[in-house]
Write a protein that binds this ligand. Structure first.
Ligand SMILES: Cc1cc2nc3c(=O)[nH]c(=O)nc-3n(C[C@H](O)[C@H](O)[C@H](O)COP(=O)(O)O)c2cc1C
Ligand code: SF4
Length: 552
């Protein structure tokens, strides 16, 4: 990421360069407008055109598509997408059907996007109603269940006046008090890595700079996860309140929610909630006479999984090619436009109100010693009652499965935590509890908490190919262990599946995974070996025809 470009981007003011690129990319005069944008902002057209070409939704080949079929992991395992793609191809022509990765409709399968809206689970008459009569049913139906005595993340919204009372109270207090509560709470980031919140917030607060930012990472790219989507669409104020508290604590003036384009409903609902806050006088200059100035805005992504990685996300907003950046410096010191920035996940921000209302110690009383507070899990369509489950950290995974009524059919494994999360054979589910430590100790990863089921009949070799191919498609390309390793891995596995009798050399595959794990710059290339290794360990027999045995 170039520092000069960051500064130019900061100075361009108003709408971010990325937002202008997206607008241009979606319009007919796209390339010319993007070229002019490069000249006007002094980025140069090579930079703007290079950045635009990175995004799935802005590529020339994506623009003519009428309908986009979800090819995320949950839909793949639901087995619905081949038939759906064929039906849509017959209706619109094969050329008009494109792909999109995870619409967060994992509870149903059969997801697709049409004219900017998401649908799922529709066949036959449902499709006729939508395409012929123009009356599609885009309702997103899933259960929301809390295992807590008092739901914290899934409770009922009580109106702005009551809901923001803890924030109003905070405005009259000193920031040190909040620091103590946050520290006592033990709240850790929910985006995957479990980083302590107080440490991050205090680092940004201590960083020098007149201008600071709060960024909400709402790029939820993990196929199988729709936790952030739920929070944004059904609990938008929980997320905004958390951002406002962060802004007040760190001395930031602007909060940005970077929301993936695959979630148009989230963009809409969050936008409306921001307007409600303006009407309630909780945003703008000198909020409630406290001297705190704060604004919130949304930025819609353009289809790139790596934009969930925080440094790539910041580069994206600046209009640069979203490549991962080497740290340090960390975003808390040099973040958006090289200004101190707090980047947190949607669910992390949503937890902040619980810390305020329960107090730091009260919050820490929910969960385990090291993984505190409530956690949301999203369960896919293989469960009897798919949906969002709120549990205290430390709850046994089997209990969550039981709350969801178990599996509908025969399932051999689940993948928890997205494509970089562990693949857990069903026989080992009983050993795990929903907390960072339990998963890590057993060789898996809790990650963000999306759960995808792999049915008995789904070939594990196909699942490995899917993981390699996903990484190859989404790699930012900055480091070659990931860029080349994922492509070579996908090639090896494809060859083993083509019926020619080719068997992957296990030593070669182990070397490849080790290289990716040890030498990739970020957790995309570095993380995907984990689920593949889990599969190799637990499903060696099934894989024997395609993958050779390890030499003793
Ligand atoms: C490849 C990759 C993808 C990521 N995707 C997301 C994402 O979609 N959402 C998210 O919040 N964090 C994601 N992260 C983690 C972020 O980089 C960052 O750690 C997180 O936003 C910090 O917030 P937290 O402390 O609240 O978890 C991703 C990381 C990597 C390496
Ligand atoms: S591991 Fe992959 S995504 Fe991460 S920096 Fe390297 S090339 Fe980019």
């Amino acid at each position: 990421m170039s520092d000069n470009l960051s500064e130019l981007s900061y100075r361009s003011g108003g709408k971010s360069i990325f937002e202008r690129m997206v607008e241009a990319g979606e319009s007919a005069s796209g390339v010319e407008t993007i070229r002019r944008l490069g000249e006007e902002t002094l980025f140069g057209d090579a930079t703007t055109l290079g950045a635009v070409s990175f995004y799935d939704f802005l590529r020339k080949e994506s623009l003519g598509k009428k309908v986009l079929v979800c090819n995320g992991t949950a839909c793949l395992c639901a087995g619905t997408q081949k038939a759906l793609g064929e039906t849509l191809g017959e209706r619109f022509g094969v050329e008009a059907v494109g792909h999109i990765c995870c619409l967060g409709r994992c509870h149903e399968g059969g997801a697709f996007q049409y004219e900017g809206k998401n649908y799922s689970g529709q066949t036959g008459k449902g499709l006729d109603d939508l395409f012929v009569l123009g009356k599609g049913d885009d309702e997103d139906r899933y259960v929301v269940v809390s295992g807590l005595e008092v739901p914290q993340l899934t409770g009922e919204f009580v109106g702005c006046e009551n809901y923001y009372a803890p924030f109003r109270e905070l405005l009259g207090k000193d920031r040190e008090g909040l620091r103590e509560e946050l520290k006592a709470s033990g709240l850790r980031g929910r985006g995957g890595a479990g980083f302590p919140l107080e440490f991050k917030w205090s680092a940004c607060r201590a960083a020098e700079g007149e201008v600071k930012y709060i960024v909400c990472n709402a790029d939820e790219g993990d196929p199988g996860a729709y936790i952030d989507k739920y929070l944004m669409e059904k609990q938008p104020h929980s997320v905004l309140l958390g951002m406002m508290v962060a802004g007040w604590y760190a001395g930031a003036q602007v909060g940005v929610l970077y929301i993936r384009a695959e979630y148009p409903e989230s963009v809409r609902v969050i936008g409306e909630a921001i307007e409600e806050l303006k009407v309630a006088g909780l945003l703008g200059k000198d909020v409630l006479g406290s001297g705190f100035d704060f604004e919130l805005k949304t930025i819609k992504g353009a289809g790139a999984y790596i934009c969930g990685e925080e440094t790539a996300l910041l580069a994206s907003i600046e209009g640069q090619r979203p490549e991962v950046r080497v740290r340090p410096p960390f975003p808390t010191v040099e973040g958006l436009y090289r200004r101190p920035t707090i980047v947190n996940n949607v669910e992390t921000f949503a937890n902040v109100r619980a810390v305020l209302t329960m107090g730091g110690e009260g919050y820490a009383g929910v969960g385990t010693k090291r993984s505190t507070g409530p956690k949301l899990l999203s369960l896919d369509s293989h469960f009897v009652r798919p949906g969002i489950y709120e549990v205290a950290m430390g709850t046994s995974l089997s209990e969550v499965m039981a709350m969801a009524g178990g599996f509908r059919g025969k399932v051999k494994a689940i993948q928890v935590g997205g494509p970089l999360g562990g693949v857990v054979p069903v026989g080992r589910i009983g050993e795990l509890s929903v907390d960072f430590e339990s998963f890590k100790e057993k060789g898996f990863l809790l990650g963000h908490g999306g759960v995808v089921s792999i049915p008995e009949g789904f070939p594990m070799i196909e699942y490995i190919e899917h993981l390699f191919q996903f990484t190859a498609d989404e790699s930012c390309g900055k480091c070659f262990p990931c860029r080349l390793g994922s492509t070579r891995g996908a090639e090896l596995v494809k060859k083993a599946r083509d019926g020619s009798g080719y068997q992957v050399d296990r030593e070669l595959l182990d070397d490849l995974l080790e290289t990716m794990e040890q030498t990739s710059l970020c957790a995309l290339g570095g993380g995907v070996p984990l689920p593949i290794k889990n599969i190799l360990e637990h499903f060696a027999e099934e894989l024997r025809p395609q993958i050779g045995a390890r030499a003793e």
